[in-house]
Design a protein around this ligand. Structure first.
Ligand code: SAM
Length: 212
């Protein structure tokens, strides 16, 4: 299991040496995430967090369609700086957190949790357990959770790091029975170098009172 410092060093170096639109996970229009979020959250004042949002333009689109209670968390300060610089005077509309998700202490609870391509970096059972405990402490009852990981048969590494692929069975085993899967689908992402990567999206709802 890596330390927070080791993780941070990796990601700061990554964003200091690569521009945001040349990284393999770059999307100009995060269509799948946007569709899921808008369907799950017709109320635009709900509290949404993009976990490991990095320099993603998802936040720009969410501001554009009218969401008013937005947070982005990332372990890399440099990644968030790219997003803040791009958003300019819209940047103060967002709460920015430079933090390791595995040690995050939420300032309040969220109604929507979005994570594209962070959970799959958790390659040990302990890390995944820690993530799920923090997730459960960070969200309201009936919150929506969207997690996208590399799917089975997809890439085995991202950003030179080993990853763990997921399907609906493994993801639901990790999340546990307080989560109900509402929808899952695969997306074939094209990297800036035109390489196809299989992502699997999982949209769940949280029920704090579900019996063990
Ligand atoms: C593959 S990128 C995906 C970025 C963004 N979600 C997207 O879809 O464009 C993974 C992101 O997660 C961040 N990250 C990795 N491990 C993290 C952790 N333990 N806590 C918080 N952020 C993390 C990285 O800095 C990076 O920005």
């Amino acid at each position: 299991m890596k330390t927070t410092e080791e993780r941070k060093q990796h990601w700061e170096k990554m964003y200091q040496t690569r521009s945001p639109n040349e990284v393999s996970w770059y999307q100009t229009h995060p269509e799948a995430s946007l569709k899921l979020i808008e369907k799950a959250c017709p109320n635009k004042s709900l509290a949404l967090i993009d976990v490991g949002g990095g320099a993603s333009v998802l936040i720009d689109h969410l501001i554009h369609v009218g969401f008013t209670h937005l947070s982005v968390l990332d372990i890399s300060a440099q990644a968030l700086q790219y997003a803040k610089d791009r958003l300019q005077d819209k940047s103060p509309q967002v709460q920015w957190y430079v933090a390791d998700i595995l040690t995050f202490k939420p300032p309040h609870q969220f109604d929507m949790w979005h994570d594209r391509a962070v959970f799959h970096f958790l390659t040990t059972a302990d890390e995944r357990h820690q993530y799920v405990e923090i997730l459960k402490n960070s969200i309201n009852d009936q919150a929506h959770v969207i997690i996208a990981t590399f799917g089975i048969g997809g890439p085995e590494k991202c950003s030179d790091l080993a990853i763990k692929q997921h399907d609906k069975t493994t993801i639901m085993e990790e999340l546990g029975n307080k989560f109900t899967l509402l929808e899952t689908f695969d997306e074939y992402h094209l990297t800036p170098k035109n390489i196809q990567q299989k992502f699997s999206y999982f949209h769940c709802i949280f029920n704090r009172g579900a019996l063990l």
